[in-house]
Design a protein around this ligand. Sequence first.
Ligand SMILES: [Zn+2]
Length: 841
Amino acid sequence: MKKTLSLLAFISFSILFAQQKINLNYYLPQDITYNSNIPTPESVLGFQVGKWHTSHDKLVQYMYALADASDRITIENRGKTYEDRPLLLLTITSPKNHQNIESIRTEHLKLSDATLSSSLTIDTMPLVIYQGFSIHGNEASGANAGLLVAYYLAAAEGDYINELLDTTIILFDPSYNPDGLNRFASWVNTHKNQNLTTNNADREYNEAWPRGRTNHYWFDMNRDWLVSQLPESQARIKSFHQWKPNILTDHHEMGTNSTFFFQPGIPSRTHPLTPKLNQELTGKIGKFHAKALDKIGSLYYTEESFDDFYYGKGSTFPDINGGIGILFEQASTRGHTQQSDNGILTFPFAIRNQFTAALSTQKAGKNMRTELLTYQRNFYKNAQREVSKDRKQAIIFGDAADRTKTYQFAAMLKRQNITFNKLKTTVKTNGNSFSPDHSYIIPANQPNYRMLKAMFEKRTTFKDSLFYDVSAWTLPLAFDMNYGYVANTTAVGDAITSPTPPEGKVASQSNYAYLFEWDDYNSPNTLYKILNSRLRAKVAMKPFSLNGKNYDYGTIMVPAQNQKIAADKVYELLTKVAKKTGVNIDAANTGLTKGIDLGSSNFRILKKPTIAVLVGDGITSYDAGEIWHLLDTRYDIPVTKLDTRNLSSANLSKYSVIIIPNANGSALNKAKENLKTFAENGGTLIGYRNSLKWLNTNKFIKLNFKKQKPKTKNIPFDQRQDFRGAQVIGGAIFEATIDRSHPINFGYNNTKIALFRNTTVFVKTDSVTNYKAPIQYTKNPLLSGYISKENLKAMSGTIPFKTAKLGKGKVIVFTDNTNFRAFWYGTNKLMMNAIFFGKMM
Ligand SMILES: [Zn+2]
């Protein structure tokens, strides 16, 4: 019966829509009045919500218009996206609360500090709700509904709204992903027909690569909440910690033939650090959504998909911060109207469901206010109790040889309000010696203890073998960061208020040569800047020592003489470079060393790389975007994005390095000869993950794949997907040993490395070669995360890296993504080594 009603609603509405008669009444509660001094969305946008996809610029215009007209709203711009779009936040509450907003905020924050929260009077405290929309830009019904939610909060009149605004502070984030939202709006509006077509074959519903889901550099921003590497996340996380909301909502879209989903997700996949009560409260909030959706006849479901495991997602991140995160997923029209299993699905219908869920969230918050405030207080009180039982009272981290990476790690902790201190004395733990100059200590006894735990823990046992996303993210492993635990806090020194990026300098002027080691994260951009200034530089293939200092494999040497510029200008230039990158450069006044002398043929000449990365159909946009972002924003190295569409006829002789991110080989078939010629003529071709299969089939490199087929027996029909899913490596962390003398490993100081992996491409070692594999998985390589027994067995001893000659050039392959989601700092250097030293491998 419910289904029939909702189908009728679809059909009658689609007729209404075709006649372009959408009006506000369709969306808004009709049992109240609205303040006519508040501008409606239509009065600012020039069209009714749902007729077009609102561009981000118009959305911004409307939010400012509302803030201007309403004393319930203040607005702030917290920063900019990569495309310079503002990152807005509206604070919406009663005018009376606005007058005391700062004291309300500081009182609220005390709930998350067990040492201050006991004396708080929860009865009179407002609840904090953070509502945000469309972090996936092409899931636009959320952000378009947001226009209506903001209007409703500004214009609605009567007792209910007055009480709601008195008892809640609504932090309103109208667009989590402005660049993606705008990219998608342009696409669907560009292709919209006046006579709407419901046929999903229409170009309107088939976005071109890379589509609008991601941000400017093609990152899925709903994986960045914990590691906060992107500007959009950084602004948002700052607001989050300024307020510590009790509820945070995240409005998404899913497949067109689905209905509407709200959390709880699959119960068995909840992260064990999340309290059970969190999920119970999520369920209780869910009853408010159910009731509201019942009322408008919309179908929905809960608990059967999605999960609360990875804290990097918007709906899970609050769960480790004393709040309740809630995911909404609406069936997507991916445009203006589409035929679906549930009848004709219109954009306004999708918007109305999101709007309805946004209002039911507010209602739940209002009704459950004291319960949610109490939950938050207890969350932090219980965490404090756990700390006292923890034998690991502090964590020490730092890498003396890599100041940039240590700084980046510290900055990430700071963004999440993790407090850490200077180290008072040298401490030895976990096989490392940590010196006060280059290390920090994190006391476990702090309000964010649980989040700290979630960042550092290694986990290898799980209740469920299926994951919506990665199963591990252990951050010190991702950063290849030296760290260790201590059982007391005696080494805790002064607090660090804000970590500062390292300053680099040239030790002194030399008339002979300059040297810097390859250990720092910023060594590659230091080298690039030098080569780009047309200076000659060489790399040491062996270690040596000079003036009592040991220089490792991969040390860069820049001669002072016989350069294109005079020796004093070389000094000036290097000083500028060092200042910019933070890398220290030494001066050498003699070529005579212990070990290889500076004039030795074991110093190999380096050439400035000219890099292209393949993008477009057949390439995974995330992987391509990670490479683009790394080179463009971290390393300041120009990169050409070559579209697979034009690859067969592209002039590849312009490049010295071409990178193939994860690829579906068939898109490369036409360009096979062109790519082969490129390598045979001396180019370096770097391939990742599934592109290895194509490179092997087409004889670029010979790879011996190890196959593993799990035995299926007696699997019931309804569990067949779970069985297959359990064989997927969704994302886990594995250990490999490295040969430090091989150029692929230059800059790494330990003989072991942690690698992130999300494929089941296993490559066997070569029995014909007598050389040690430069990188090889250990016998039992799992460090953190989920992998099936069968896969773990297959993976044991395989190699994640291989290189081969092809004509005058090189083919270099990685089975794993070394650039995952911008936070795998630890393996970024592997790709940079392939780029700079590929010729020497
Ligand atoms: Zn989504």
